[in-house]
Design a binder for this molecule. Structure first.
Ligand code: ATP
Length: 302
């Protein structure tokens, strides 16, 4: 059974005579240990959907179930959820990491002693123990982001909503946050990841759901989606430019030569092509592969 099951969500905003159908039809599922990247252009309806999942906005239609519980009717569903929405605003900036963890732990219904103990474990795991007594406002952005995720995990949620977890982080902090997201999923959490950083989504997600103008337009395994949009061709790059004799043989086989690179549209020709190129030095042979950015742009363009 999926941990999160969202069915046919709808939400229309009415503000000073203006009607916006923010979410028209969104259905999603996420299972335990799975990372779902929820992608869409600005204004597509991601935040509205996430707020409905988190029980913060009431849908006009449709249902949300977290481990079989509806967050709009059953407060226990909200207890199964952890969220880092809109950057690191789930922290008190004047409090220290230790105080934040303890405060939010108690707020989430933990005994103070348990909150302290879990807080210590999370500080250790997120490599923040040495900063446990430093006010959050004096921490680096990467540390603040790690702490925001730690705080969202204090009550051991089964579903984690993560909005732009690596935005504005340097290379090292990005790597750490990516590693933590993978670990948290492996340990049993279902993760809903929203981001405009499609390379991060490609690396971290098992599945992708793309929303456009309030409706889901693609939902599939990340690798399968990329494979569907990838060509069947190959690129062969050489260390030197080709002689006329080889160029004409390659063209005869249907290849296209561009300085030191040969492109093939069909994969069947790859070995014949390599025989023509022998014994020239090859830098790389690569299957032409789409990436999530190309897939996203095509899917959203419709
Ligand atoms: P972004 O990537 O820019 O954060 P998003 O996919 O999260 O966008 P939403 O914030 O869900 O999109 O917005 C969907 C649509 O609903 C937009 O047209 C937005 O202007 C509108 N909208 C969002 N919140 C409200 C609100 N409180 N009142 C009126 N309209 C709203």
């Amino acid at each position: 059974m999926p941990l999160l099951e969202v069915q046919h969500l709808q939400k229309t905003y009415r503000q000073s005579g203006k009607v916006t159908e923010a979410v028209r039809d969104v259905s999603l599922t996420i299972t335990t240990q799975e990372v779902l990247a929820f992608l869409g252009p600005n204004g597509a309806g991601k935040t509205t959907t996430i707020k409905m999942i988190a029980g913060l906005i009431l849908p006009d239609r449709g249902t949300v179930q977290i481990a079989g519980r509806n967050p709009h009717r059953d407060s226990r569903a909200v207890g199964l959820l952890g969220a880092v929405l809109e950057g690191n605003r789930n922290l008190y900036w004047r409090l220290t990491p230790q105080e934040n963890l303890e405060y939010f732990g108690v707020l989430r219904g933990l005994d103070r002693r348990v909150a302290k103990q879990r807080g210590r474990e999370l500080l250790d795991r997120f490599e923040l123990t040495h900063k446990r007594k430093t006010p959050v406002q004096s921490l680096s952005r990467g540390m603040q982001q790690k702490l925001a995720i730690a705080v969202a995990l204090i009550h051991q949620p089964q579903l984690l909503l993560l909005d732009e977890p690596t935005l504005g982080l340097d290379v090292e902090a990005t790597q750490t946050v990516k590693r933590l997201v993978r670990e948290i999923a492996r340990e049993g959490c279902a993760i809903l990841l929203t981001t405009h950083q499609l390379d991060i989504a490609e690396e971290l997600s098992d599945r992708v759901a793309i929303i456009s103008q309030g409706a889901i337009v693609a939902e599939q395994s990340t690798q399968e989606l990329i494979r569907q949009f990838s060509g069947t061709g190959y690129t062969i790059e050489l260390a030197e430019e080709l002689d006329d004799n080889r160029i004409s043989k390659i063209q005869h086989l249907g290849g296209v030569v561009d300085q030191k690179t040969v492109h093939l549209r069909e994969s069947e020709m790859v070995y014949q092509m390599l025989r023509v190129l022998e014994p020239l030095s090859i830098v790389r042979v690569e299957k032409e592969q789409a990436n999530l950015t190309e897939v996203f742009l095509q899917v959203v363009k419709g």
